[in-house]
Write a protein of this length. Structure first.
Ligand code: ADP
Ligand code: MG
Length: 688
């Protein structure tokens, strides 16, 4: 149960003054549904504004606040023309307060002729005229009419304004009463960090690294604690030591020798599985590095030892692909492999369920359906999760708690994230890296092409398709941003455009399609019925079409390097030479240029990930997060790098002293876990 002290913070955001049904939508878009969310919606940056006595004292281009007297309203005549409110400062200097579109309606009411108002905004010059366009604030009184003012700038969604969201932040702060401290006093003193309530107030008020760090640390600590709690419980339940005799693995007839990295990873996994403590291992390996065979070896080992194995894929189509691959590879062993997805119904499903229960099925491959309540195993010994970043950490770890004994867990990811980030995102998992590609892989010929050569690119695609090849055409789709709709429209427009040229050979897949339609389009492409797949980033995970050796990525500069790398990994899967064309817009920043150059230069995912971090710096969003990694809301990349290890150590220390979280600091830590919605960790404890 959530501690009562948190009730005011977990109240619906509608409880705040000024949140009506109209604002509900933009707030949800920003992820703000509770008071707590407004509290933690920290400013993206701050502007410094100078209060000036009159316009003579201000510079053009400067952010100012100044008192003006309203003289006249001038509507522009047509609906498109700006609406101007002419006003005067104390010295009689004239300034236009200018509005476009619907904003003019509100202006009329707020700026009656003859009234004196404090106007905050950027002073611009339009011809000979001074003007302030869409002021940030209009007030009758200004509390601070002198000196420097520091104002927060919040991330907005359409329909919200800065003053509105600042007011929600302020109201949420008044509802946040002090909470018991979960950080050791020694740590607070050493870091110079404020108490929780104060840190929030400071973080909304101005740029304050100590406050921001403390809040980021809180989030990292909550996450580390939750992951450790799950682990602690898992250990209590114990796993089973699985030692295979090699009888099944010996029957495999792989058409290639394993790479050194594969052999090493398999040995590491076998070492873990032989222990009674459940394995918790992350297998990192670039696309095409050969993770499937490693998984197969681990699954066979489990079966040799008398247990069952399950392999979980993020989508139906990937589950099917894995099923086919494993069945083919494992054919000489004679074991029984089944497929189970949400689509299976009736008789076939019943028979699969029976087989899992009586043990006649050795390995099941499927989507999360394989972990539903109704699915019981005779003896599940190993769970393999492919492309784990599509699953929440919580989901992943909790499902491992099913059954009498905790199964060993192998998570596989193609995201080459650095060690600190593995720790922060996944907790204390052991890591195996496939840092060596199978021999004979051809480098993907990567070129950066300006968008104005689109015509040539389309002709190139045409030649490729005429020669019997298949191709991907990737359009960007940035989630959660205002541009989401524009992105979707652009993808659809491109599809229509390519369809004119290629007719039925083109299919479109994007995130907003119903799953069945998506699968159908993917299947048309995978089976070769369609030869050009226009897609937003949904193809990123999995999908193996060796005949597709050409990829075009539009607005490549908008993707993270890690993401580009994963996308590019969709081609170059067969023996044919593959080409990747990165189409860039003309407004390319220096960093953007460097990043695309790097893509051309290297195909080493680990290197790209490190460089990505270096180029983007601490303040920006991590590329892997965009691809669905369960990210942090407060801690940015730089903070995660700096503070994750410390949070991990502190969490560990706390649990060593008070594993049930019943002491004073333990109780405070429970509050922290609920505050950051990591309560899946607490719920494993008594009284959680
Ligand atoms: P991923 O790590 O992306 O899941 P896969 O397991 O799908 O990679 O492997 C990619 C391709 O490489 C497959 O066709 C697989 O059969 C092949 N492969 C795997 N290991 C080797 C190897 N040691 N030598 C040659 N080819 C290999
Ligand atoms: Mg794979």
């Amino acid at each position: 149960m959530r501690p009562e002290t948190l009730n005011p913070l977990f109240a619906e955001i509608e409880g705040l003054e000024g949140v009506g049904p109209k604002l509900k939508k933009p707030l949800v878009r920003l992820g703000l549904t509770r008071v707590r969310d407004a509290l933690y919606h920290l400013p993206e940056r701050f502007v410094t504004r100078r209060a000036v006595p009159d316009l003579d004292a201000a510079q053009v281009g400067e952010q100012v606040v100044v008192a003006l007297i309203v003289r006249e309203h001038r509507s522009g005549g047509s609906a498109r023309a700006p609406y101007r409110v002419m006003a005067e400062d104390a010295k009689g200097n004239v300034c236009a307060i200018t509005f476009f579109g619907r904003a003019a309606f509100a202006a009329r009411k707020q700026l009656p002729v003859g009234a004196r108002r404090w106007i905050a905004g950027r002073l611009d010059q339009y011809g000979q005229m001074l003007q302030i366009v869409h002021p940030d604030h209009i007030a009758e009184e200004s509390a601070e009419a002198n000196g420097q003012l520091v104002e927060p700038v919040y991330r907005l969604a359409e329909g919200l304004t800065q003053p509105r969201i600042a007011s929600f932040a302020e109201q949420s702060l008044t509802r946040a009463t002090a909470l018991p401290e979960w950080i050791e006093p020694g740590v607070l003193a050493r870091q110079g960090w404020p108490a929780w309530r104060e840190a929030l107030a400071l973080a909304h008020r101005g740029p304050d690294d100590h406050a921001r760090d403390r809040l980021a640390y809180d989030e990292l600590l909550a996450n580390a604690l939750a992951l450790l709690l799950v682990r602690q419980e898992g250990r209590k339940r114990r796993g089973q030591s699985l030692q295979g005799d090699g009888s099944l693995r010996g029957k495999l007839q792989l058409p290639f020798p394993l790479t050194g990295a594969q052999q090493r990873s398999i040995a590491e996994i076998a070492g873990d599985m032989a222990q009674e403590a459940p394995m918790l291992r992350l297998l990192q390996g670039d696309v095409g590095a050969g993770k499937t065979v490693v998984a197969l070896e681990a699954l066979l080992l489990a079966v040799e030892a008398g247990a069952q194995g399950a392999m979980l894929a993020p989508t139906e189509i990937l589950a099917r692909q894995h099923y086919e691959t494993l069945r083919k590879l494992a054919a000489p062993t004679g074991i029984s492999i089944a497929l189970l997805t949400g689509r299976d119904k009736g008789r076939p499903r019943e028979s699969t369920l029976m087989g899992l229960l009586d043990g006649s099925i050795d390995i099941v491959v499927g989507t999360h359906a394989i972990f539903q309540e109704t699915v019981a195993y005779r003896n599940l010994g190993l769970v393999v999760i492919d492309e784990q970043h599509r699953f929440g950490v919580s989901q992943r770890l909790l499902l491992a708690q099913k059954g009498r004994r905790t199964p060993h867990l192998l998570a596989m990811t193609a995201t080459p994230i650095p060690r600190t980030l593995v720790l922060a995102n996944h907790g204390e998992m052991d890591v195996s890296r496939l840092d060596e590609l199978p021999p004979g892989r051809q480098a993907i010929d990567t070129r950066v092409v300006a968008l104005d050569r689109l015509g040539e690119v389309i002709e190139g695609v045409a030649r490729h398709l005429e020669a019997g090849g298949q191709a991907y055409w990737v359009c960007p789709m940035v989630r959660e941003s205002e541009s989401e709709r524009a992105d979707l429209a652009a993808a659809e427009a491109r599809f229509a455009n390519l369809r004119e040229r290629f007719h039925d050979a083109v299919v479109l897949v994007h995130g907003q399609l119903p799953p069945a339609a998506k699968d159908a389009a993917m299947e048309r492409f995978a089976s070769g019925h369609a030869s050009l797949l226009v897609a937003t980033t949904v193809i990123e995970v999995g999908v193996d079409v060796p005949n597709a050796t050409l990829m075009v990525i539009e607005q490549a500069e908008r993707f993270g390097l890690a993401q580009l790398h994963q996308l590019r990994g969709r081609v170059g899967r067969g023996s044919e030479k593959s080409v990747c064309l990165l189409l860039r817009g003309d407004a390319l920043s220096e960093t953007g240029r460097q990043r695309l150059a790097l893509m051309r230069e290297t195909q080493d995912g680990f290197r790209l990930a490190e460089e990505d971090l270096a180029l983007r710096g601490g303040g920006e969003v991590l590329g892997t997060r965009q691809s669905g990694e369960e990210g942090f809301r407060i801690a940015d990349l730089g903070q995660t790098q700096r503070l994750a290890q410390m949070a991990q150590d502190d969490a560990r220390l706390l649990l060593e002293r008070d594993g049930g979280l019943t002491g004073e600091r333990g109780e405070a830590a429970r509050i922290l876990l609920y505050l950051f919605e990591r309560d899946w960790g607490v719920q494993l404890l008594r009284g959680g």
